[in-house]
Design a protein around this ligand. Structure first.
Ligand SMILES: *[C@@H]1O[C@H](CO)[C@@H](O)[C@H](O)[C@H]1NC(C)=O
Length: 324
């Protein structure tokens, strides 16, 4: 049953967004800027959380993991696209294409499950505030961050091992800007029934499980918050989950907007727009949502940015005065 050798295609062509030079220039500048903002924003979040011991709490460790997943998923797709525009080549080798797809699935799946874990964390913090520290022990915390990464790899391995069974005969043009699973399946000349079934089932689970966790958590959070009598404390309780809720709404709002609202866009274009929103725009916005709304995050970032020299950033010198 070894069919890998029958694959006659050694490379794929990624059409990207446009083949007109002027438009390509705009796409290049736009995506390079968004990529840099994403890397700097999420990088600062990881740095701020890593360096500030006040932020060594479960909520921020989950957030740092989300930032890592976001940085990584953007990095699987955008740099290759930028290089292809710059070198005026649209090719990607078969192996690179499969690798790109694998890591893209890992990071997107992980990020998705982390959103669910973060909702659960807020649920415990708001509905069981007195037991929060006893429930969120380092071991549970490590488990809750580990599971999304393991699941991400399991999902990606499943898709990839099914994909490499497929034979690609003559079609090798991907109307997309990176090697995503769905457009690859359309190019194969094998029967892709099983692949599509698995894509549907796993895709649905990856969206549904975190969604149910988020829904459950927020139903409990809202009912707890509503029972608080003082308005001030109500707001305080709610503000600790405001950033997470914003990210969640942005994420699921995008899914609904792209895939459920009928539009006149071509299916290929719609997939591309969806991919841009999930892989580039949402990861770029997450740091802003978290750091703009959160006082502790803001002060940790201010500490980093106020340092005039890079040296005091190093952990071993962090006790030196920072205001020079
Ligand atoms: C992810 O979470 C784990 C455990 O909760 C933590 O040890 C690790 O530092 C986090 N990763 C990042 C990049 O902060």
């Amino acid at each position: 049953m070894h069919q890998e050798n029958q694959t006659t295609i050694s490379e794929f062509i990624l059409l990207g967004f446009s083949n007109q030079v002027e438009q390509q220039k705009i796409v290049f500048v736009l995506f390079l800027s968004m990529y840099l903002v994403t890397m700097v924003g999420n990088g600062l979040i990881i740095l701020a959380i890593g360096l500030d011991s006040h932020l060594h709490t479960p909520m921020y460790l989950f957030l740092a993991n989300l930032s890592l997943a976001d940085m990584s998923s953007t990095s699987t797709s955008v740099p290759k696209m930028l290089i292809n525009i710059q070198t005026k080549s649209q090719a990607i080798s078969y192996d690179n294409c499969i690798t790109q797809m694998y890591f893209f699935i890992v990071f997107v799946t992980t990020g998705n499950f982390l959103l669910g874990v973060m909702a659960y964390d807020r649920f415990v913090a708001i509905c069981h505030p007195l037991n929060y520290m006893t429930i969120m022990q380092p071991r549970l915390c490590a488990l809750l961050t580990g599971i999304p990464w393991v699941l991400g790899n399991v999902v990606a391995m499943t898709h990839t091992s099914l994909l490499i069974q497929l034979v690609f005969c003559d079609k090798n043009i991907i109307p997309h800007f990176f090697c995503d699973l769905a457009p690859l399946l359309k190019l194969s000349c094998s029967d892709t029934m099983v692949n599509e079934l698995v894509l549907f089932v796993l895709g649905l689970s990856v969206i549904t499980f975190p969604f149910i966790l988020i829904l459950f958590s927020y139903i409990r959070i809202v009912s707890t918050v509503l029972r608080i009598s003082s308005t001030e404390r109500k707001w305080k309780a709610f503000s600790t989950c405001g950033s997470h809720l914003t990210v969640v709404l942005l994420f699921y709002g995008t899914i609904v907007g792209v895939y459920f609202i009928p539009s006149s866009a071509q299916p290929d274009d719609r997939d591309k727009i969806g991919a841009v929103l999930f892989t580039v725009v949402t990861p770029m916005l997450n740091p802003f949502i978290y750091s703009l709304r959160n006082k502790d995050m803001k002060s940790a970032l201010r500490k980093i940015l106020n340092r005039k020299r890079f040296l005091p950033l190093m952990p071993w010198t962090s006790k030196s005065p920072s205001s020079l």
